[in-house]
Design a protein around this ligand. Structure first.
Ligand code: ATP
Ligand code: MG
Length: 441
């Protein structure tokens, strides 16, 4: 009985082992199949990923070149472009905008628009108005004040920026600088005005000069007949001084009205300034002024400029006299020269005349170059108009900076190599001969 069971068991065991092996083999096969399938899938996924990566790389490159393209586009257009988000913070600014507003993009990104420039009449920036009213605006011309306090005329259009769902997410302003055009228009108007003044001045001056010379001559004869102690001598001297002043005004008027022709040659600007300061020092000495110091700060290695030395000297002299007249309680008159950097060509130079006088009221600064504008009882108001004319004739520019109560600085930018018309100069009313002896009298 026992033997039968063992042999049966052995027989069964053999069968079960065989079927177990069979199952095992089957599973191994399936596993192998699955493994192969998995490997194939991995390969497919690898391929898909490589393709997706290539697509992604293409897209990144496309995006990169699109960004570069729009940046180039922004930086190559001459109009200023500024974009802000809903909070009015700057998100984009192009090169032209930086140049017009005198800014640096690294400084302005993320800053509120109203901290960068404001409308000179104090109204809210156009970008903020457009955002507030959710409305575009086109060709709005206005005067703005930059962060550096420079006034500019600009013309702007503002458009709202929307996302894919048409929600407003910011606004963009495109603007151009009209300051030069407006300045030219103003100059043209002034030129017309000046031409009319010139014609009138020439007529009046000739009518006035002859009798004036007579009055001065006869007064001088009369003065000779009176003793020094005679009080009438003082009255006659007043008449002579009055005619001299009148003569000076007429001469200035003529100088101002005449077309300016320059006699130019290469001159040392320091020497012209030295000669000017000699006259200034003499004027101060004659007037018994002791509390004005004259300082020279010449910073040019090569100070040779092609210019008309007499006319420049007269311009510098007018500026220095104004400076002296503004320092009634004494102070410093500083005359400086330096090479111009920045936007200007390297060979151009700058001359500055700086005082620590009473300064000019902000609302009057724009008027001081107008002919006949004066705040002085004895002034003709032609001094700066003549300066302006002389500097313009040299293709230069004059700027003024003044702080009321602290002082004024006039700076003159002069190109070094000008080409002028050197013939047909009429010396009859040469600035030097006509004006310098009179101011010293
Ligand atoms: N350095 C200065 N400091 C303060 N005010 C100045 C200065 N220079 C010019 N001004 C102002 O500008 C005005 C015009 O100057 P401008 O030289 O043209 O005429 P003026 O000095 O009044 O008369 P003049 O014809 O005798 O020179 C002056 O009256 C004065 O108010
Ligand atoms: Mg003056």
């Amino acid at each position: 009985m026992e033997n039968t069971t063992i042999s049966e068991f052995k027989k069964n065991w053999g069968t079960e082992l065989a079927s177990a092996f069979h199952v095992f083999n089957e599973y191994t096969l399936r596993l192998e199949e699955s493994y192969n399938h998995l490997q194939n899938r991995v390969k497919e996924i690898d391929k898909e990923m490589a393709y997706t990566n290539a697509c992604l790389k293409d897209k990144v490159q496309e995006l990169d070149s699109l960004t570069k393209y729009s940046n180039n586009l922004l930086s190559s257009i001459h109009s200023g472009v500024i974009a802000v988000n809903l909070k009015g913070e700057i998100s984009t600014i192009n090169k032209a905008a930086e140049k017009i507003l005198g800014l640096d993009s690294s400084y302005v990104m993320g800053k509120k628009i109203e901290t960068i420039f404001k409308n000179s009449d104090g109204s809210a920036p156009l970008l903020l108005l457009a955002l507030e009213k959710r409305k575009n605006c086109i060709d709005v011309e206005r005067k703005i004040e930059t962060i550096r306090g420079v006034l500019k005329w600009i013309e702007s259009s503002v458009s709202l920026i929307r996302d894919a769902h048409e929600n407003t997410i910011g606004a963009v302003e495109v603007f151009r600088d009209l300051s030069e055009i407006r300045e030219l228009e103003m100059r043209l108007r002034n030129a017309d005005k000046l031409a009319a003044i010139g014609a009138m001045a020439a007529c009046i001056a000739h009518e006035i000069r002859n009798p004036l010379n007579g009055i001065e001559g006869f007064s001088a004869l009369l003065a000779r007949d009176f003793e020094d102690s005679d009080p009438r001598k003082k009255l006659v001297k007043n008449i002579i001084q009055g005619t001299k002043n009148l003569n000076k005004t007429v001469t200035e008027l003529l100088v101002f009205a005449r077309p300016l022709k320059l006699k130019s040659k290469d001159n040392s600007i320091s020497e012209i300034l030295d000669r000017t300061l000699f006259f200034v020092a003499e004027d101060i000495r004659q007037k018994g002024i002791h509390n004005i110091r004259i300082q020279k700060e010449y910073n040019l290695d090569n100070d040779i400029v092609r210019c008309d030395p007499e006319k420049l000297q007269q311009a510098f002299l007018n500026l220095c006299l104004n400076a002296i007249q503004s320092m009634t309680c004494g102070g410093d008159l500083t005359v400086f020269t330096r090479v111009l950097g920045g936007d200007y060509r390297n060979e151009d130079i700058q001359v500055g005349i700086k005082d620590t006088g009473v300064g000019i009221k902000k609302e009057l600064v724009n008027k001081i170059f107008d002919p006949f504008f004066t705040t002085k009882q004895e002034g003709t108001g032609l001094g700066l108009a003549i300066v302006n004319k002389v500097i313009e004739a040299h293709n230069g520019k004059i700027f003024v900076e003044s702080v009321e109560g602290s002082g004024t600085t006039f700076t003159i930018n002069l190109p070094k190599n000008n080409i002028y018309d050197i013939d047909s100069f009429d010396d009859r009313y040469s600035l030097n001969e006509a004006l310098i002896p009179q101011f010293l009298s």
